[in-house]
Write a protein that binds this ligand. Structure first.
Ligand SMILES: C[S@@+](CC[C@H](N)C(=O)[O-])C[C@H]1O[C@@H](n2cnc3c(N)ncnc32)[C@H](O)[C@@H]1O
Length: 446
């Protein structure tokens, strides 16, 4: 009767974790999340309140386990493959800009909504089809039908209207990444064991020789890099890998007034969050030239402008900026080992004795060492980067190998994962002397 016992124990765990969360919220006079259009979109529990924070993650795992047990393996397989239809419906909602046509307060009839959608998109879609699409997304709390044939917003559909990074993430995945997902197996067959960034499912889908980031950096694809950048911003708000985790997870204060080069720092959101918390630190944020626009450079607020600079540099080229610390957050998972080694070697000309490299990135967990939901997100991320960039997440021990392969003068000093974070910190120190400027260039592998 182990199966009955398991259902009972998971259900008790759910009750216990729910109690911890609701007691915490009640003690602070806070609400829980809700699908109501005016409800909370995210739980107001900071990672520093470890017990309720971890209870929520455990609750997600446990409810998922009970849900899958309740389905049973046969139905679970069906649910998994049929979820692609959820994706198709959400894609249609996004593509036809339905959230913009539904009033934030009150509701609209399917007929009037269809007329607005047709007018907005200058594209024909019938009321019957729109109703079918929305009645499916409503089963995922994306829109609701308060009375028969009337459509109203929920909190999730309102996010698609008002939260730029949520909207970008849905658009990026449904509209731009989905064709690559469908090409996953074709790419595996076409390029088995390749380490090249342009041998990804993305390349099959888009029939391009350009790697994902080179594709994004093309002038004509500026709209796509804007969407990607906005989507990355959303990642910074995510539980377990958000900005608060990177700010709290490393002893930045110990660095005093040092200069940190944030490599692959995108639009500087991470650097700005750390700079706000540590007023003596300075940041030079580097990213590919094609990912920079005058508008994005202008987003550094005046109070940080003298401490955070957004600049362009290709990290596969020798590092021109001599600084105390080089920081990479969720960057190495965008590259295969071969190119991670090149990136570390390209840093060498700038390094002096004691220079630090700090990496904040995922590491694949040993079975059972992290929560089930955490493991699932990490493993989805692993195959996401395989799909887009032919790269991978690494296991904890592999980080040391990567530094050793790049140059024997790197010494990994610390590897740790803050309790509430999905991402590790890996810190290495350069033990060699600064290279003569005449000998600048990528150091040969030792
Ligand atoms: C997953 S994002 C991480 C962004 C940021 N570090 C963060 O934590 O939000 C990876 C970043 O690496 C940048 N990147 C990719 N290839 C690069 C290259 N060769 N040189 C510089 N930046 C690069 C991308 O443009 C992107 O901004």
């Amino acid at each position: 009767m182990a199966s009955l016992e398991r259902m009972r124990s998971v259900s008790s765990e759910i009750a216990e974790k729910t109690r911890i969360i609701t007691d915490y919220l009640a003690s602070k006079g806070l609400e829980a999340t809700s699908h109501d259009v005016d409800g909370l979109a995210d739980f107001p529990i900071p990672p520093s309140d470890v017990e309720p924070y971890m209870a929520r993650l455990d609750l997600i795992s446990a409810t998922r386990e009970l849900y899958l047990l309740s389905l049973g393996p046969k139905k679970m397989l069906q649910e998994t493959v049929w979820s692609c239809i959820d994706m198709a419906a959400l894609h249609a909602v996004w593509a036809f800009k339905v959230p913009q046509a539904v009033p934030l307060q009150g509701s609209i009839s399917f007929d009037d909504l269809t007329a607005k959608v047709v007018e907005m998109n200058k594209a024909a879609i019938g009321v019957a089809m729109l109703r079918r699409i929305l009645r499916l997304t409503m089963t995922n709390h994306i829109f609701t039908e308060p009375t028969k044939n009337q459509v109203a917003h929920t909190r999730a559909s309102r996010l698609l209207l008002q939260d730029a990074s949520a909207e970008s993430q849905v658009g990026l995945i449904c509209d731009n990444i989905w064709p690559a997902v469908v090409s996953f197996v074709s790419a595996l067959k076409k390029w088995p064991a390749s380490e090249e960034p342009n041998h990804a499912p993305f390349n099959v889908a888009y029939d391009t020789e350009l790697s994902f980031f080179d594709f994004l950096s093309q002038k004509e694809n500026q709209w796509l890099s804007d969407r990607y950048n906005s989507s990355v911003k959303g990642y910074g708000e995510a539980a377990m890998s958000g900005l608060d985790q990177v700010v709290a997870g490393y002893p930045w204060g110990e660095l005093g007034d040092k200069t940190v080069v944030d490599m692959g720092g995108n639009q500087g959101d991470v650097a700005m969050a750390i700079a706000r918390a540590h007023p003596r630190l300075k940041f030079i944020v580097q990213d590919k030239a094609g990912m920079r626009t005058p508008e994005s450079i202008g987003t550094v607020p005046p109070e940080l402008a003298d401490r955070v600079k957004l600049t362009a540099h290709d990290m596969l080229e020798p590092q021109p900026v001599v600084a105390d610390v080089y920081f990479f957050r969720i960057v190495f998972h965008c590259f295969s080992d071969k190119y991670c080694v090149k990136i570390l070697q390209a840093l060498v000309p700038a390094l002096g004795k004691g220079s630090r490299v700090i990496i904040n990135d995922g590491a694949m967990p040993e079975k059972g060492t992290v929560g089930r939901v955490e493991e699932r997100y990490l493993r989805m991320g692993d195959l996401f980067v395989a799909t887009t960039m032919n790269s991978r997440e690494r296991e904890v021990g592999e980080w040391t190998d990567l530094f050793a392969r790049a140059d024997g003068r790197y010494q990994v000093t610390r590897v740790w994962k803050p309790q509430t974070s999905a991402l590790y910190f890996i810190e290495a120190e350069w033990t060699g002397e600064k290279e003569e400027s005449g000998r600048r260039g990528i150091h040969p592998r030792l």
